[in-house]
Design a protein. Structure first.
Length: 56
């Protein structure tokens, strides 16, 4: 699961860099940033739900 998330984060980061590098593709940078943040949030929520409640 973590390998898929890391691969997606790398792809989204590359899309954002390409979008900023090519002026006409600013929309690509915005989509890359949104997908990057969404993937990070998804990974954090998924990790938090796996731990479950801790207690006696």
């Amino acid at each position: 699961m973590w390998t898929v998330l890391v691969i997606l984060l790398i792809v989204w980061a590359i899309l954002a860099v390409v979008g900023f590098a090519i002026e006409g593709l600013l929309w690509l940078a915005i989509i890359g940033i949104i997908l990057f943040v969404g993937t990070v949030i998804f990974g954090l929520l998924r990790n938090r739900s796996r731990k479950g409640p801790s207690g006696p």
